[in-house]
Design a protein around this ligand. Structure first.
Ligand SMILES: NC(=O)c1ccc[n+]([C@@H]2O[C@H](COP(=O)([O-])OP(=O)(O)OC[C@H]3O[C@@H](n4cnc5c(N)ncnc54)[C@H](OP(=O)(O)O)[C@@H]3O)[C@@H](O)[C@H]2O)c1
Length: 240
């Protein structure tokens, strides 16, 4: 039987590498993002057939319509990865608004649709790309941290709902540390930076194993543990 997956935010970085991993594992992949030309280029590189759908997640009505269209065109999709996101250091209000529309509101708009689809299908897998930054409000990245906390909390709720209602939907919360992608290319002071292809392979394995949470790469579990344990008074005093 054909395996089918959709990645929202597949044009660059982690999403693009994940599309390559899924395609090489025999999946037919639905590729969505704003930059259709990059998705078409990627389509040429993939070893298996794929379907391209341009969408802007910030335009939630359009994004839901287009995800619906992609689901109808592909049929019987078992995995949806919500990866689209932006990160801006010291954003002004306009930038914060856009970030929240993409990372939080756009995420919820598509997660709700994915859950309805999988409920009707009798099961499926949903993965959302959060961040280690979801664990604390990080100075100069307040909106980004809060948007990722929203994603993780939202998925926790979906996991509980799936279990309670026996929906047979696995929800995987992916928390990367630092991954080398266009998003981080100008960042300074990064450590334990993973290549995007390595991050994608680890994300794929976690989804296959139906894990509820995964840190990318695995050593970031340690940072996650420290971030959860560190008291507020000390966290507030850390340099950012
Ligand atoms: N890199 C890291 O260190 C790191 C760490 C933690 C979490 N993450 C998360 O990982 C995810 C992927 O990021 P990345 O590092 O791979 O960065 P990236 O290369 O910039 O990829 C972001 C992806 O999201 C898509 N996207 C952005 N805004 C969109 C919109 N309005 N509508 C539809 N698609 C949109 C982009 O496509 P278009 O621009 O073509 O629309 C692109 O495909 C993000 O959610 C990010 O927050 C990354």
């Amino acid at each position: 039987m054909e395996k089918k997956a959709i990645i929202i935010g597949a044009s660059t970085g982690i999403g693009r590498e994940l599309a390559k991993v899924l395609s090489s594992e025999g999946y037919i992949v639905g590729l969505a993002a704003r930059r259709e030309e990059l998705l078409r280029e990627l389509q040429q590189e993939l070893p298996n057939p794929s379907v391209v759908q341009a969408m802007d997640v910030a335009d939630t009505e359009q994004a839901r319509e287009r995800l619906n269209a992609l689901l109808a065109e592909m049929g019987d999709v078992e995995l949806i990865v919500l990866n689209a996101g932006i990160g801006i250091r010291n954003p002004d209000w306009e930038q914060q608004y856009r970030l929240l529309m993409i990372n939080a509101v756009g995420f919820a708009a598509l997660a709700e649709l994915a859950m309805s689809y999988f409920t009707q299908r009798g099961g499926g897998r949903l993965a959302g790309i959060s961040s280690v930054m979801a664990l604390k409000g990080v100075g100069r990245f307040e909106a980004y941290s809060a948007s990722k906390a929203f994603i993780s909390t939202y998925m926790q709720g979906l996991r509980q709902k799936s279990r309670k209602l026996k929906l047979n939907i696995t929800v995987t919360d992916v928390k990367p540390g630092f991954v080398a992608t266009p998003m981080t290319e100008h960042n300074e002071n990064m450590f334990w930076v993973a290549p995007a292809d390595k991050a994608a392979r680890q994300i794929y394995r976690a989804i296959q194993k139906r894990r509820s949470h995964v840190y990318i790469t695995r050593r970031w579990r340690l940072v996650g543990w420290i971030m959860k344990a560190i008291p507020d008074w000390l966290f507030t005093r850390l340099p950012v």
